[in-house]
Design a protein around this ligand. Sequence first.
Ligand code: ZN
Length: 565
Amino acid sequence: MEKFSNLKYERVDIEEFKSAISDLLRRFNRVEAKEEQLKILSEIENKRIHVLTMSDLCYVRFTLNTKDEFYVAEMDYVDEIMPEIDSIVTDIYKNILKSPYRDYLEIEKGSLYFKKINFFLKTFSEEVKELLKKENKLVSEYGKLLASAAIDYKGEVRNLSQMKPFMVDEDRLVREEASELYYGFMSDNMDEFDRNFDELVKLRAEIADKLGFSSFVELGYYRMERMDYDAEMVSQYRKQVLAEIVPVASKLRKRQQERLGLEKLEYYDINYMFKSGNPKPQGEPDWIVEQGRKMYEELSEDTKTFYNIMTEYELMDLVAKPGKSGGGYCTFLTEFEMPFVFSNFNGTEADITVLTHEMGHAFQSYKSSHISEIELKDPTMESAEIHSMSMEFFTYPWMENFFKADVDKFKFMHISDGVLFIPYGVLVDHFQHYVYENPTDSPEMRRKMWRKLEKMYLPEIEYSGNQYLQNGGFWQKQAHIYEVPFYYIDYTLAQICAYQFYIKDMENHEQAWKDYVNLCSLGGTKPFLELLEVANLKSPFEKGTVGEIMEFVDKQLNLIDDRSF
Ligand code: ZN
């Protein structure tokens, strides 16, 4: 195995790839023995893995230094060839489905493999190719519109994310001022946000219609590869959230208001949690990484080996540096069988959650690297977030090392975060179902509906004085709604499962850890509900699950005295 800095990148020659695949497919269709076909299939897989790994490696190197001209140009090239690759993959899939040895292949590859191929093909046809391009264009137009914000504040011109620290400032006037400016930008561009979204909704309805779906809702579920639950089950789940989580969230808001000593929580107070500031890690980045090593060494033999590989082979780049792109992620360099974790440490509690959350993702890809099919390595989004969010809880016993005296504040905040987030996540989901079930509704009707649902799921949010928000504009800054329809409920489903691991870990650590590692090793070889079954987790859709978990979570929150935070 090579260190990350020694990994060799080479540009994918798309023409060469294309002709290599058509040669292989010709042989694939001509073989006379089923075993021979399986062998060719794995040759095809290896070629695809190489292409995938090169584009991932390019992405990582580019995000590590967005000023590196070589990788900037390579990234442009990768973006350019992506649609071409998709169409090559479509071709491969069609040939697999036509195979005379399909029964044999299905035994070898598993039925889920075929199901996933079918799902992919259902979401695409030559007839909608141009419409899909148009969809991408509208999505990037939205991104550009968001990024065009140039707000003059405190002597500097700032974009939307640069306004965020001021929106949680300890000075209430600063919070209010910054929030007014932030939503002022949104409000000034409301017509554009409306037009863009309206075009997207109608376009998606047209794509769904051309592909033979009854509405975009159905296609949206196909795109997310949801195989074992449907819109009706999700709707029942939202009802559980409304009945069981919204009241607990309301209690948390009340406690927040009392802690802050405010007569009323205004919308610009919502994200300001503690008078004394958020909990902070008690050391520098190198110290945090060392604490991380100690933590993963003590957690299990598995995580010990894993963390040592991650550090020895330079598979983590955690500290913010000039030129590095923002945010954090985990990716897997399939050909090298290595995960890579990227983040921007900034001295906040989020640094520690990167070390647990992103490392949870990385641990899963490490544990499921034995799976050779690209289609089966990673599970769907709601399952993928269980690995990461649960690791956040499994590492609780070590949080004292990072936060010292702030440890209770950290735990209180971390447990609360999920409770406060789920109702919002479910609101976003409810709204999207309404939008795509009624694609001809006007932007005004959509805003009205958003405000109505907002009052239901987030009853304590007040927008006094801000007309844009009062009129239901809040969702326009939520990129998921524009970019990946129906992706959002996933985080809430995963959170419900992560809370279950939290409970199980307290009751019986050994069993809980065993179930977790087992879940990670399965990767994406099973759909969501089957994965839950193997991991001994209850389905969030099942009546009673949400209430049972909330009872425990509420109790934990009540054990912590937050009045002095
Ligand atoms: Zn994640």
